[in-house]
Design a binder for this molecule. Structure first.
Ligand SMILES: [Zn+2]
Ligand SMILES: [Zn+2]
Length: 526
């Protein structure tokens, strides 16, 4: 760490942050009273929390006063779905649907395990770009090939501890042989090619649950403000056994952890559910007893009305990843139907091999825009306020942190972003909530605070030396290129069969490219 950074963070680390007084900024609180309507108030921050808010507050002796003139304060954003694995794969793929894309950036065969130090750099990269862009909480569904180890997880927790970010970090697991996680893979692959995949070892559910228990004991609740948490990450219904899903549900309930999984991201998965799961992954989840407010589904693009209802009744969340869903041609979640159903809606970038950004603000702008072209009824279109809520309080709720972050209210942790309003994006000053979504690109961010600790000052990370991080990663990049090329070459053997599988699945679909909601036709049952 440089001297400059040491100096900056000096004195602000003890006891989860210093004492601050933010004097009369414009605030978007996302609280019950104001929602996302901007207003003016002062904030007192002490002991890592928002101690007081009000227009008649005055600074106390010993407080660092931050002038609120030309400043906007918002809750920190919650990136409700990403994978730090992909931080080394951004910019490598284009124009591949999920099932083919996975072969190239999560290569099944021939992937050498990464050293924990590389995993640490990878997670630090995610944390750094997140914090600088106003994300104070990341939900990192951490996956590791060929197998995730505790020292990988330790490296991820160490990175988030250093950067000062809040995080839920999973062990992500699939305990079903790879080719059986897709509906037609075996139909299009020669036996000797199938054998290559089948020879890869698959972790058993009991091994994973033991791993998860060790991870909970070692890492859950670490960091100031207990801000680093473990979460259960069974990859997807078609990739996990009933024993695994039930075991994860029990552990999540016992420790009140987020239960994070991927559901109905692509048309292939919808076809799979219809053929092999009696028409519904969600009804299957219900039978297993794992629908609960702890459950967050990434994607949910191809959910049907009855499934939305079940999720809503059980207080579940959906993490919506429009950039990833567009880039992989997966489809588009029915925004207004999900909102109306009462399901808690959060936003995620997904991994940066499919988005390719850790900046949730880009997801926010895309979400606000893309759904407007799916209906000719403007009543159905997302408002800037709905999007801000999904990116803050919605994300917090999905991460089991709704009581702690996601809005600016006395008693909550001081996770917040301070924007400069004297910038081109806010010139001339109009409705700053709309300008925040449609005009601001992150360059107005001056300070970011997590649990009352300043983690970004003048737009730069305080606890991570970004130049050093970029240097460290540049040093290993030639090795990464070789590592990636070798793994990709080893998996080309699956490509032809996987294209055939993809075409088989999409042939069953006669409707629009979006979800069944947006289709003028009925879903064609197999
Ligand atoms: Zn994902
Ligand atoms: Zn994804």
């Amino acid at each position: 760490m440089t001297e400059r950074n040491l100096h900056r963070s000096d004195g602000r680390l003890a006891g989860g942050g210093g004492a601050f007084f933010i004097d009369s900024p414009t605030v978007i609180a996302v609280d019950k009273q104001h929602g996302t309507t901007p207003f003016t108030t002062s904030l007192r921050i002490a002991g890592g929390q928002i101690a007081e808010m009000g227009t008649d507050l005055r600074p106390l002796p010993g407080e660092t006063v931050i002038s609120g003139k030309n400043r906007l304060v918002t809750p920190g954003q919650v990136n409700a779905h990403t994978h730090n694995w992909e931080a080394f794969w951004r910019g490598t793929q284009d124009n591949l649907p999920l099932e083919l894309w996975m072969l190239m950036c999560y290569p099944l065969l021939g992937t050498e395990p990464l050293a924990p130090e590389m995993v640490r750099l990878r997670a630090l990269l995610l944390a750094t770009e997140s914090l600088k862009s106003g994300v104070t909480t990341v939900v990192d569904d951490a996956y590791e090939l060929p197998t995730q180890r505790l020292d990988h997880l330790a490296a991820e927790f160490a990175a988030y501890s250093q950067a000062g970010i809040r995080a839920n970090v999973s062990g992500q697991i699939s305990d079903i042989p790879f080719l059986d996680t897709m509906p037609f893979a075996r139909d299009y692959l020669a036996p000797e090619v199938q054998r290559l995949a089948d020879d890869c070892s698959v972790l058993s559910s009991s091994d994973y649950l033991r791993f998860a228990q060790e991870a909970i004991a070692s890492f859950d609740g670490s960091g100031e403000d207990e801000r680093l948490r473990f979460m259960l990450g069974p990859s997807a219904p078609q990739r996990c056994t009933a024993e695994l899903l039930i075991g994860c549900g029990e552990l999540a309930a016992e420790h009140d952890l987020e239960f994070h999984t991927h559901v109905l991201e692509t048309r292939t998965q919808r076809v799979h559910a219809d053929r092999d799961f009696n028409g519904s992954f969600i009804e299957w989840f219900e039978q297993l007893g794992i629908l609960s407010p702890r459950l967050t589904l990434a994607h949910g693009v191809w959910l049907r009305p009855a499934e939305l209802e079940l999720l809503s009744e059980n207080g579940c969340s959906i993490a919506h990843n429009p950039l990833s869903n567009m880039k992989l041609g997966s489809g588009l979640l029915p925004w207004s139907q999900v909102r109306r159903s009462g399901i808690n809606l959060a936003l995620g970038t997904d991994g940066v091999c499919s988005s390719d950004t850790h900046r949730l603000s880009e997801v926010m702008k895309s979400a606000a825009l893309v759904h407007k072209i799916t209906s000719d009824d403007p009543e159905e279109w997302p408002t800037a306020g709905e999007v801000i809520e999904a990116a803050t309080l919605g994300g917090a709720r999905s991460a089991r942190l709704g009581h702690k972050v996601g809005s600016l209210e006395p008693g909550k942790s001081a996770d917040l972003v301070i924007y400069d309003l004297d910038t081109l994006a806010f010139c001339p000053r109009q409705d700053v909530s709309k300008q925040l979504i449609y005009s601001e690109n992150g360059s107005s961010i001056r300070q970011v605070m997590v649990a009352g600790r300043m983690v970004v000052e003048d737009g730069e990370t305080v606890l991570v030396d970004e130049a050093e991080l970029r240097r460290d990663i540049a040093e290993i990049t030639p090795w990464l290129h070789r590592w990636q090329a070798e793994a990709q070459r080893a998996n080309e053997v699956f490509l032809e069969g996987f294209w055939k599988q993809y075409r088989h699945a999409v042939r069953r679909w006669s409707g629009s490219m979006c979800s069944p909601w947006h289709s003028p036709h009925e879903w064609r049952r197999p």
